[in-house]
Design a protein around this ligand. Structure first.
Ligand code: SF4
Length: 439
């Protein structure tokens, strides 16, 4: 098998891993044009310093001794297999790098023979890159669950970022769909990586030239929609992973059916992209807005409303906490107002030191008044002439597409901060979502 064929197989097999931000595109050159984009292998990610970088995203092999039901590379799936030797992988990366196609490598692998053997192969490839070619570019490597601690520690000294995929949100789902893996085999390496990163931080304080262990931290990926796990379950787990293992990111991947299996959604099921999007929005609220999973969802309402983003949904369900007075509210309270983001909350806190703010000043500070107007007062007053009806509120909080999916609005007057009933909204949203009325 020639290298191009191997590359085609191994980059295509890697595309379901979303612990990076984008995948390659396929565009042929035309007369008068310059260059081809080939649909293999180039993805984008963010380095520790926030730069967007292009990576060669590839597996060492798509052969695997495990049989995870959701995976295209599982041993029982009839598919073309290929493998790269450590030398081939390192040489290939250098060729891409020298041609300026990439700035780094995203390396994962199916499990050959055993987790230890696979990790040894990955170490050999990265050692060749780092020590023979003196490659200083970014490397993100997947740790193989079940590999020996010593091997994982060596791997972390060669990579910038490590990740261990949690894959499924519950022990039960893992037991059903990935019988060769256990929760412990996934969490143990996560814990080791966290310890090593912490140890390394103190070493670097004492010894400036101490080798760095995964300086861009660790991340994980979770598949959404392959199992009946609720958004509440997924978000609670996400929160726990950030807190306990100090993860930089939890990536969500809408399940795309690629193999037929009695325990999985049918092959013609559309990937739940809107659900994935809502989870990313909620993840943002956990990381930057001081929300906790239990505030956004609970056992009684365990899934996000497809019509409203999680922050708006929280606000309409907690109207007793509004309106907030812009000139007095704490920074944390400002962050919870729909239409006020981190940057505009910071600007408000700074600007109000110089004098009381009004609605015109808020607009200049970047506040999205279309959303925020229902939840704030300025100098004790709501926006003059503001009409608060269920319809105007929904129009303001939803995007046009989401709104179009609603039933014709009922023009009923409501009192926003008293007993108006928006409780029907989640149900209406879910019903419309089931009908497939929005993306
Ligand atoms: S271990 Fe990884 S590559 Fe192997 S079947 Fe499971 S998910 Fe796929």
């Amino acid at each position: 098998m020639d290298m191009m064929e191997k590359l085609e197989i191994l980059t295509a097999s890697a595309k379901y891993d979303v612990a990076c931000t984008s995948s390659g595109s396929d565009r042929k050159n035309q007369a008068g044009g310059l260059g081809n984009a080939v649909s293999m292998g180039i993805c984008h990610s963010f380095a520790a310093d926030g730069r967007c970088i292009s990576l060669l995203k590839v597996l060492m092999t798509n052969g695997c001794i495990y049989d995870c039901a959701y995976c295209v590379n599982r041993k029982s799936n009839q598919t073309r297999r290929a493998a790269l030797s450590p030398e081939e992988l390192a040489d290939l990366t250098m060729q891409f790098y020298r041609r300026n196609y990439i700035e780094g490598l995203f390396l994962s692998s199916g499990i050959m023979r055993s987790p230890d053997y696979t990790t040894e192969q990955m170490i050999a490839a990265l050692e060749r890159l780092r020590n023979t070619y003196h490659f200083r570019g970014y490397i993100h490597v997947k740790a193989i669950p079940g590999a020996d601690d010593v091997l994982l520690s060596r791997l972390g000294l060669l990579a910038d970022r490590m990740s261990v995929n949690i894959e499924l949100p519950s022990r039960e789902s893992l037991g059903r769909l990935a019988p060769d893996k256990s929760k412990n085999s996934i969490l143990k390496p996560m814990s080791l990586i966290k310890e090593k990163i912490n140890e390394n931080r103190s070493d670097l304080v004492k010894y400036n030239h101490a080798p760095r262990f995964a300086p861009a931290g660790q991340s994980t990926q979770m598949i959404i929609g392959a199992t009946p796990d609720t958004d509440y379950r997924i978000l609670t787990l996400t929160e726990g992973l950030y807190r306990k293992y100090g993860l930089k990111r939890v990536f969500f991947s809408a399940y795309t059916p690629v193999v037929e299996h009695s325990l999985l959604p049918a092959l013609d099921t559309k990937p739940p992209l809107l659900r994935e999007h809502r989870l990313y929005q909620a993840d943002w609220l956990l990381r930057f807005y001081g929300f906790q999973a239990g505030e956004l969802l609970d056992e009684a309402a365990p899934n996000f409303n497809p019509l409203l983003d999680p922050k708006c949904s929280w606000a309409v369900n907690h109207r007793e906490q509004f309106p907030v007075e812009i000139n007095r509210a704490a920074y944390e309270q400002l962050l919870r107002v729909p239409g006020i983001g981190v940057r505009s909350a910071q600007r408000i806190v700074k600007a109000r030191r110089a004098g009381a703010l009004d609605f015109a000043a808020l607009k200049k500070l970047g506040v999205v008044l279309k959303r925020a107007q229902f939840f704030i007062t300025c100098k004790g007053k709501m926006l003059e002439g503001l009409k608060v009806s269920e319809h105007t509120l929904l129009r303001s909080l939803m995007s046009g597409q989401e709104l179009a999916a609603l039933e014709p609005p009922q023009y009923e007057q409501l009192t926003l901060f008293n007993d108006s009933d928006l409780a029907a909204l989640p149900a209406a949203g879910i019903a419309a979502h089931k009908r497939g009325d929005w993306p």
